[in-house]
Design a protein around this ligand. Structure first.
Ligand code: ATP
Ligand code: MG
Length: 822
């Protein structure tokens, strides 16, 4: 069998691909060094060379999009037929799919709903309400988001509510606040309250037959830990972006890999940017490194010997970026160190150096080409306008070799996207937002999903509460509360209570409720019947829209109803896509029920899965209970799962995405690359964020953002910026100014001219055809006609690295060469 996948790999990459499958491997390297490419080729190698069946391979990616890209590449390398049975997806998607299939073994129902962050917040808010009065009287504030975040953090570490309660038990707390200050007493009582709410929250989720995102991992780990035969299919597990795994994800990997201990992980500690979401870069050392000791990251914990003999391979060649972009990025991550070795040594950054950071070598064969651009603008409006202008200029001056989709604007905060979006729109530039509000979090999409969730799982109270008043039926909050508490007392679902009131088998709670339910209960009945007949989600949605006349409801209640209606149509498109997709569930269908198999044992010293048993309801003993079988999922359930676990922000077909400039958060850009990257707001309070807890993580975030760029990188900052409605003065980010003062050549102060030779360079860098010069002339002439040049518009950096700017006359700031260069 040919090993084409080894073509176009360097020596270290080939070594990593061919590394013995049974020796755990860590591939550690900087951005753009081909880690993801190597991981993909290694899967091909395991299949082609070692004859491992694709259904025995589990590949974990950070986003669903990354999984589908990897699958596309593998289709080319080993053929679509063979890759269709690979188990590939995010940790959450893989867990959710196994949980559906083997729900009984995890002590849950197979029609569990996935409770999204919004719904979780609503549950917490309700639980917190009775305590607010007493909190206010003590001058204490406890926000629902903070409680949810504390619970989520605990869950990511595998801590149950009982663990939190034990942590704030009186004996412990006495020790904790030996000073006995009022403040620490409050802290203890707040902790206790959070722990209590955690407990009630869990109960609410279970009553609703639902799992939140953290639960998917907790119950996934529990499933594999208690039923080892379920994991015995796995002959090799591979994890991309390993530096951002949390404790539960690591546990999942450990349990899935326990039979064969064949593991490949790739990661880059310099790109760990999810510490705020409980990711633990230390997971790298938990694997117990055998060959190369990575001392800085070794923990004290000698019990961490999950994968003895783990070996490491480093990749040092960057294939993504030009030399100047890479040099600047490395200077940022090494805290203002010298850009190039021949530049006089830098004085270190004033802030304390990140001592845990490993110095890694990263080289590129690409030439230095255009230095990254650093510009300063008077205001954020002018900054946004200049981004739009520069995108247009570059497209013209590259004769259309660069297209809209080659540009990304990377932001620290989603809130900043509004200005950029409207500026691009004003300039007529098509754009899309990645990592902003997720498509499936939009109100109108959630309205429709709530109905479908309710049909699938009538116990799911959040869906009931939402659907019952969309469109408005005049059923007030109090009535809904009555319905919910009646359901609890009678131990039936809220939907069943509504049913009985409507049918007259339960007395009307208050006059007219029965009448109001006439436009709800029969619709749900109709849809449930359709769902039971196996009707496709597309037809279900169409029926639903008609039954509740959703378009008219949008028209009456929303100004931008047309956009919202488009989103609903997009949801229908998505439903159609999921119908035709081969998904994880289908792949898991090939597993069969192998039955219990004895496999290697090891200590379960990380989480106490027993502590979740109470909540889960069933324990180990159930695993061997006769009558437990694997369940097949319905089309509706598969659609709901795909939408609720989607990590994508939109569902547009790829062809339509291609023609747009991307606006993204830095976080969501992880693992991706673009020819031109623009990062506005490189200022104190933004990079690092004023809310940041870990300054090093903020630095790594800027590093991740810069290293997305292949050819051109633009950073900018402003003189003033509006923060919470006030215009404040802003200063250049402390991550950048030491780089400037140490390396005067680090930045260009204005965008590069694009000459003939530049176009040739770009064409080679991006493996594209250089444009015809006649086309360049045509586009530039047109551009110059539309954008008369104005030389005063340069923002300016002095040679000493200090900044200056001239007041700009208009909001339009093109840096336009007056004559056609080249
Ligand atoms: P990140 O850390 O940002 O996730 P990465 O290490 O995963 O980056 P890849 O995305 O795999 O890097 O590769 C970066 C770019 O380099 C891709 O465009 C990839 O196709 C290209 N590339 C990787 N290896 C080679 C090679 N040997 N020859 C040519 N191009 C390569
Ligand atoms: Mg990658």
């Amino acid at each position: 069998m040919s090993e084409d996948y080894l073509k176009n790999l360097n020596e270290a990459q080939i070594r990593a691909v061919q590394h013995a499958p049974d020796i755990p491997l860590q591939i550690l390297a900087g951005p753009g060094s081909g880690k993801t490419r190597v991981l993909t080729c290694r899967i091909a190698h395991l299949i082609q060379h070692h004859g491992i069946s694709p259904e025995n391979i589990c590949a974990v990616t950070f986003t669903n999009k990354a999984a589908s890209e990897m699958r596309e590449r593998l289709d080319l390398l080993v053929g679509k037929q063979r890759t269709s049975s690979l188990k590939m997806g995010t940790f959450h998607a893989i867990c959710a799919t196994f949980l559906r299939r083997y729900a009984g073994y995890a002590g849950i129902e197979s029609n569990f709903s996935v409770c999204g962050a919004d719904e979780s917040k609503k549950i917490i808010k309700k639980l917190l309400e009775p305590h607010q009065k007493s909190l206010i009287s003590q001058n204490l504030i406890l926000k629902d988001e903070s409680v949810l975040s504390a619970i989520s953090k605990a869950k990511a570490k595998g801590k149950a509510a009982d663990d939190l309660l034990a942590e704030c038990s009186p004996s412990r707390s006495r020790r904790a606040d030996s000073g006995d200050s009022l403040k620490s007493q409050h802290a203890v009582s707040l902790d206790q309250l959070v722990a209590n709410i955690y407990q009630e929250y869990e109960m609410a989720l279970r009553k609703s037959n639902s799992l939140d995102f953290d639960d998917l991992l907790i119950f996934g780990v529990k499933l594999f830990a208690e039923n080892r035969w379920i994991g015995s299919w796995c002959k090799h597990i591979l994890v991309d972006e390993f530096q951002d795994t949390n404790t539960m994800q690591y546990q999942f990997m450990r349990h899935v890999a326990r039979a064969n201990k064949c593991v490949t992980i790739v990661g880059d500690p310099d790109q760990s940017i999810y510490g705020w979401r409980s990711a633990e870069v230390e997971n790298l050392t938990k694997m117990q490194i055998g060959e190369i000791l990575w001392t800085n990251y070794r923990t004290e914990d000698s019990a961490c010997q999950d994968f003895p003999r783990t070996q490491q391979i480093f990749l040092e060649q960057n294939y993504r970026s030009t030399g100047s972009i890479l040099a600047l990025s490395l200077a940022i991550i090494s805290q203002g160190g010298p850009l190039f070795e021949n530049i006089v040594a830098a004085s270190p950054d004033e802030s304390a150096p990140d001592r845990t950071r490993i110095q890694k070598t990263l080289r590129t064969t690409q030439s230095n080409w255009a230095a990254p651009v650093l510009r300063k603008f008077p205001t954020e409006q002018i900054e946004a306008a200049s981004i739009a202008a520069e995108i247009k200029r570059l497209i013209a001056f590259t004769g259309g070799m660069l297209a809209w989709s080659d540009f990304v604007v990377l932001l620290r905060f989603t809130a900043h996207s509004r200005l950029i979006e409207s500026s691009l729109q004003r300039a007529g530039i098509p754009n899309r937002v990645l990592g902003g509000q997720r498509f499936f979090e939009r109100q109108e999409v959630k309205d429709i999903l709530a109905y479908l969730q309710l049909i699938d799982n009538p116990q799911f109270a959040p869906a009931f509460t939402r659907a019952i008043n969309v469109p408005s039926r005049g059923i007030g909050d109090k009535t809904v509360s009555h319905l919910l508490s009646a359901a609890e007392t009678m131990r039936i679902s809220p939907l069943e209570v509504a049913n009985r009131i409507y049918n007259g088998t339960l007395p009307d709670i208050r006059p007219s409720v029965k009448r109001k339910l006439a436009s709800f209960v029969p619709h749900i009945d109709r849809l449930t019947q359709l769902a039971l007949q196996g009707t496709s989600p597309v037809i279900l949605i169409r029926n639903l829209l008609e039954l509740i006349d959703y378009k008219a409801h949008l028209g009456k209640t929303q100004q931008d109803w047309e956009n919202r209606w488009d989103n609903i149509q997009e949801l229908v498109n998505f439903a159609r896509e999921t119908e035709s997709q081969e998904d994880l569930e289908a792949q898991i269908g090939t597993l069969g029920d192998a039955g219990p198999i004895e496999v290697d044992d090891f200590n379960d010293d990380y989480i106490n899965v027993d502590s979740f048993r109470e909540i889960g309801g069933r324990g180990k003993e159930k695993a061997s209970t006769p009558g437990l079988t694997a369940t097949r999922t319905t089309p509706l359930r598969r659609f709901l799962q795909a939408s609720l676990l989607s990590t994508d922000t939109e569902t547009e077909a790829d062809e339509r995405r291609r023609g747009k400039v991307t606006i993204s958060t830095c976080h969501a850009a992880k693992g991706l690359e673009w020819p031109v990257v623009m990062i506005p707001g490189v200022e104190k309070g933004i990079f690092p964020s004023h809310r940041a807890e870990d300054i090093y993580e903020e630095r790594r975030l800027l590093y991740v953002a810069c290293t997305r760029a292949q050819g051109l990188l633009y950073l900018s900052h402003t003189n003033t910026r509006m923060v919470s409605g006030k215009t404040l003065g802003s200063e250049l980010s402390e991550f950048v100014w030491p780089v400037i003062s140490n390396n005067p050549v680090a930045f260009n102060n204005h965008p590069p001219d694009i000459m003939h030779s530049d176009r040739a360079f770009l064409a080679q860098l991006l493996s594209r055809k250089a444009p015809e010069e006649a086309e360049v002339t045509r586009m530039v002439t047109e551009y110059n006609r539309e954008h008369p040049p104005s030389l005063e518009n340069y923002s300016h950096i002095t040679s000493r690295g200090t900044h200056d700017w001239q007041e700009l006359p208009t909001a339009h700031v093109p840096d336009v060469p007056q004559v056609l260069p080249g």
